[in-house]
Design a binder for this molecule. Structure first.
Ligand code: GLA
Length: 740
């Protein structure tokens, strides 16, 4: 149970639960971080703050503290702190408002979400600390929010600004968090990438100067995920200290890790100041995105497990059973039609498919990506009777109906554009810059949000839609709003993302059973903000199973298994022409939310049998494969592009070891893999045969089957067979009978 204690004598706040403590202290008015780590019963301050005087003193009369070395909670470029600032606000004189000092605090029940319009984690039984800071002229109030999430070692941080003066203030930088460390002995772990190669992991030591990962694309983007880890140099997946930080935000962002002149370090994360400014009117608030900090001493797998629990239980929509899907995209591209979909239904059903998704191409005048975007009316030739015949045919068989949409877009050849050219994002007098032949709707306008809410509500209701694939296939280029005044053009990005959340939230509230798949040309907008409104994510347009597994392995640092959609795809693959063994295609599509991207009617008998068997196996193990715990394992003698995962239920009574073996090595080796996370005293039956204790499997490990040729995959099942009540030991599905 999370608690917040305040010691008035020392002006010390201690936020803690059973696993984690975060301690801050007011020192001469400034808010200073004293501790972030494993839970402490008490804090007496045995580790001293560095109090050497450097150049500027906090107060001219109050040496020796100096802002240059204090680990501050939220600071700016004034008063001698030259490190990366967390905020910059200009007053009516055009001058920066100076450092903030403690004013008062409140402790509230639950997670106070300042104004309710941005995504926030659910923490119903927790407490929230809000510390209010003022600048010395009482022009600006800043409220710093702190909430510990349930029993997890996770701290939420969020910041609200309020203008106390009679003049408009200009915010040009407003981070969600600042974390100062009195050392820089950390590696920075980042996820960067591009379309078709998302979530590439880089690990590098912090060195003097700054390292930033940012987006000014309008969305978080495949180029960088708004989430990072600081890990002690010796930390690996299985042991060691690591601190992870993520934003519940899908727009432009920046995080900067800095090592300063004294070898101390600072991490600042939040909105990207590059394209941002905000006119803060008298009395009005401004709220930053929420950030989450997670901490462990038990390695990166444990940190990931904490993030997975955080997202699955506190951020994502209430758990549901996501469905096995056939998606038409790689079968037909834009040439989809009622006749084609109806013809596939019995074949798809025979494979075990539960949901059919009609992807792009279903609406009027959309023969290719130069087609009409924004009107969302079925094409009269491809779907002469509208979408209902498909929906009805699916529902008659107990299957679900899904539809692709890209609601945030508009093309100039649409009826919507003809009626509302001012609804597109644009710069005055400049030719709109198209990408994929389309423009971005200006979701900063409430009227545009309302339009989308009305159109989508009608689409879902009229057509009995169970699922939407929500795509977003281009980024901002001229982030201007035709309706905002000149001095508010810097607000477009923030207002857009906030507007997007409003549309998504309204739809979710209206249709609580609707499944929404997040997509941005694949995993280009997979972030903590979109997770709050979507059930699953199309991880990449790169559907080669081997590379997709690597991409998911990168994302798995932060995001839980049920986020990932992985479909059985064609071989040779449509993106890289790689030929992958059938067994690999079937096995590697089992993780997260499975499905198929090939036309069921065109599968060879061997393919159909493999898909049918893997879907049956998936159904028998859905709880683990979709919602289980995921740990990255490391086989000995690793091959290039190898990924190995352990997937278990929470009680560790069932386990699956799934390996994508990568490129075969010239020298044959037995590859051993330690399973690390099974219950040591439990006995497990492996592939329904040999039995071994969890301890042996954890510490001596198992031998993976020898790889034959490139890109093989293996699956091992483990079933607890002792120390358990009878009811929890059901069979895993008959792995021996899989025909591949
Ligand atoms: C994006 C998606 C694809 C597909 C196409 C349709 O690229 O990632 O899966 O839906 O759009 O245009």
């Amino acid at each position: 149970m999370a608690n917040i204690e305040y010691d008035p004598q020392r002006q010390l706040f201690h936020l803690h639960n059973a696993t984690f403590s975060y301690i801050i202290q007011v020192i001469r008015g400034y808010l200073v971080k004293r501790y972030c780590g494993p839970a402490l019963e008490q804090f007496s301050g045995t580790a001293k703050l560095e109090d050497f005087s450097h150049a500027f003193n906090i107060q001219n009369d109050a040496a020796p503290f100096s802002l240059t070395t204090l680990p501050l909670e939220y600071s700016t470029l004034m008063g001698g702190d030259y490190r990366t600032p967390a905020y910059a606000v200009r007053n009516a004189h055009g001058q920066l408002i100076g450092n903030l000092k403690f004013h008062d605090f409140q402790i509230l029940a639950g997670n106070e979400n300042f104004n309710g319009t941005l995504p926030t984690a659910r923490t119903p039984n927790g407490q929230t600390l809000i510390i209010t800071m003022h600048d010395e002229t009482d022009t600006l109030a800043v409220h710093l929010k702190y909430t510990i999430v349930g029993d997890l070692p996770v701290l939420l941080k969020q910041v609200a600004y309020r203008n106390l003066s009679d003049n408009t203030l200009t915010i040009t930088h407003a981070a969600s968090l600042q974390l100062d460390f009195d050392d820089h002995a950390y590696d920075l772990i980042t996820l960067t990438g591009a379309h078709l190669s998302e979530a590439s992991v880089t690990r590098q030591p912090l060195t003097p100067g700054k390292k930033s990962i940012a987006s000014n694309y309008g969305a978080s983007g495949p180029q960088g995920v708004p989430a990072t880890i600081l890990a002690a140099p010796a930390t690996d997946d299985f042991a060691g200290e690591a601190l992870g930080v993520t934003l519940l935000w899908s727009g432009n962002f920046n995080y900067t890790a800095q090592v300063d002149q004294f070898g101390n370090s600072r991490l600042v994360m939040g909105l990207n100041p590059e394209l941002f400014s905000w006119q803060l009117k008298p009395g009005k608030p401004f709220v930053t995105p929420e950030a989450a900090v997670a901490y462990t001493t038990k390695g990166l797998n444990d940190l990931s497990h904490i993030f997975h629990q955080f997202f699955a239980n506190h951020v994502m929509p209430v758990p549901r059973r996501n469905l096995i899907e056939y998606n038409t995209w790689e079968s037909t591209y834009f040439d989809v039609s009622e006749a084609k979909v109806l013809a596939e239904i019995p074949k798809a059903e025979a494979l075990g498919v539960e949901l059919i998704v009609v992807d792009d191409g279903w609406f009027k005048n959309r023969p290719n990506d130069a087609g009409q975007l924004g009107d969302w009316v079925p094409d009269p030739v491809k779907f002469p009777r509208g979408l209902r015949p498909v929906a009805d045919a699916l529902h008659a068989r107990g299957l679900a109906f899904g539809l692709w949409v890209e609601p945030e877009m508009i093309s100039e050849n649409s009826e919507l554009y003809a009626a509302h050219p001012d609804w597109a994002m644009q710069y005055v007098g400049q030719k709109p810059l198209r990408s994929r032949n389309q423009l971005v709707l200006d979701l900063s306008q409430r009227i545009v949000q309302d339009h989308l809410i009305a159109v989508l509500t009608d689409l879902v209701r009229t057509n009995h839609i169970d699922y939407l694939k929500w795509d977003y296939n281009r980024h901002f280029s001229q982030p201007g709003s035709p309706v905002l005044p000149p001095d508010q053009q810097g607000e477009v990005g923030y207002r857009y993302t906030r507007g997007l959340y409003r549309v998504l939230k309204t739809l979710r509230d209206t249709f609580p059973k609707l499944i929404i798949e997040n997509c941005s040309s694949g995993g280009g907008r997979l972030d903590g903000g979109m997770l709050a409104y979507t059930d699953q994510t199309w991880t990449s347009d790169f559907t080669d199973p081997v590379y997709r597994m690597k991409i998911m392995n990168g994302f798995s640092l932060f995001f839980p298994l049920k986020t990932f959609v992985s479909h059985f795809t064609m071989s040779p693959n449509l993106q890289d022409s790689r030929v992958t063994p059938l067994r690999t295609r079937a096995l590697l599509s089992l993780v997260g939310v499975t499905g198929i991207e090939c036309p069921p009617s065109q599968l060879s008998p061997a393919e159909a049998a493999a898909v049918k068997a893997s879907f049956a196996f998936y159904k028998a193990n859905r709880a683990e494969l979709q919602n289980g715990s995921l740990y990255r394992l490391h086989p000995s003698h690793p091959n290039q592009d190898q990924v190995c995962w352990l997937i278990t239920d929470e009680a560790k009574t069932k386990a699956i070891v799934l390996t994508s073996a990568g490129v075969i090595a010239p020298i044959p080796h037995y590859q051993h893999v330690l399973l690390h996370y099974l219950r040591p005293t439990m006995s497990y039956q492996i592939n329904d045969k040999k039995t071994a204790t969890g301890a042996e499997l954890n510490f001596a490990g198992v031998t993976l089957p020898l790889a034959h040729g490139d890109f093989s995959a293996t699956l091992m099942t483990l079933q607890a067979v002792s120390h358990l009540p009878q009811t929890t030991t059901q069979a895993n599905g008959d792995i021996a009978k899989l025909p591949f």
